[in-house]
Design a protein. Structure first.
Length: 324
């Protein structure tokens, strides 16, 4: 099969499309003929040698896929060849075929093109898990989304609106804030402005009940200024840097919580549970129209370098998808 590989660490130009051995399923895995692979910032880090795959996982990049079941392991019985599925993987998504535990795979929503489905798993599962499962966002609360124009940011915006929460988003790019407004963002704030004070003002002095942080260290102090009493701050990405100082007295006074999360390193059992819960809670939203992935562009896998350049330059709004 063909796969996008990283023969050496470096810029987008190092990516190569070449033949690699077909994957062999373990007893409880299925083999999926991939139609679409989502591009994520983790892929950019892996390409630069900063985010290696977990031990035992293929070095082919890619954390999500959508396609059709081609074969299955001897103990796998949940899916049949020809079934349309999507899901998260710890690696190998940038390939014509991928293996995944049958319990981690999800059915592609009825009527959805598999290319669009390739933009769902990583960002929506990440956002749903962080915002609802871990931070417990409830109807009527306020969610502050940093980097609201990113893939996870746009997913969180839609999920929060569907749940009846109010949304505030930040971005350093004006046109991305406008696009987010068109998607229903309640309050749009410039990421290079005094957004912490603006969050307080927009919430009548209360602050944000939940903060979805896709920026990292540079925003930590102002996140503490913007969080509500009893608020929950979830760190999902740190492109701005991983180090910062925190005022622990302020944290104590607000009785706030800070937590961090990643999907890639979780066990197969955890991913099964998460996929099952996400499927029951969120997948109906893709059928009734409440949820729809914001796709920036669709690029053939042979042009993966272009996709990485676009994301690295922060030119995308929503997801970039590779097709096979």
């Amino acid at each position: 099969m063909r796969a996008v590989v990283i023969p050496r660490f470096g810029g987008p130009e190092v990516l190569r499309l070449q033949a690699v051995p077909d994957p062999v399923p373990s007893p409880r895995e299925i083999v999926v003929r991939v139609r679409a692979s989502g591009v994520n910032r983790a892929d950019l880090l892996q390409r630069r040698g900063l985010y290696p795959p977990p031990p035992g996982v293929t070095e082919v990049p890619g954390l999500e896929f959508a396609g059709v079941v081609e074969e299955r392991g001897r103990e796998a019985g949940r899916w049949q060849p020809g079934d349309r599925v999507m899901g998260i993987v710890a690696g190998g998504g940038y390939a014509e075929r991928v293996t995944v535990d049958e319990g981690v795979a999800l059915a592609i929503p009825a009527g959805m093109d598999p290319v669009a489905a390739g933009a769902i798993p990583e960002i929506y599962i990440t956002a749903w898990d962080a915002v609802f499962r871990q931070a417990g966002l409830r109807a009527g609360e306020t969610l502050l989304i940093h980097a609201v124009g990113s893939g996870v940011g746009t997913a969180a915006l839609q999920l929060a609106r569907r749940a009846g929460a109010r949304t505030i988003g930040t971005s350093r790019t004006g046109w991305k804030l406008e696009r987010a407004r068109e998607m229903g963002l309640n309050v749009a704030l410039a990421g290079d402005g005094d957004w912490d004070a603006a969050v307080r003002e927009a919430t009548g002095g209360r602050g944000a009940d939940v903060i979805l942080d896709l920026v990292g260290g540079p925003y930590l102090a102002r996140n503490q200024a913007a969080i509500a009493n009893g608020g929950r701050h979830v760190v999902v990405g740190v492109p701005g840097g991983s180090g910062a100082e925190i005022d622990l007295r302020r944290l104590m006074a607000s009785r706030a919580r800070i937590m961090g999360t990643v999907l890639r390193a979780r066990s197969t059992g955890e991913k099964r549970d998460l996929s099952r819960a996400f499927g029951a809670s969120a997948l109906p939203g893709f059928v009734d129209g409440a949820l729809a992935p914001a796709i920036d562009c669709i690029v053939p896998a042979s042009r993966a370098s272009e996709a990485h350049r676009r994301m690295e330059a922060n030119e995308n709004f929503g997801k970039i998808v590779l097709t096979w």
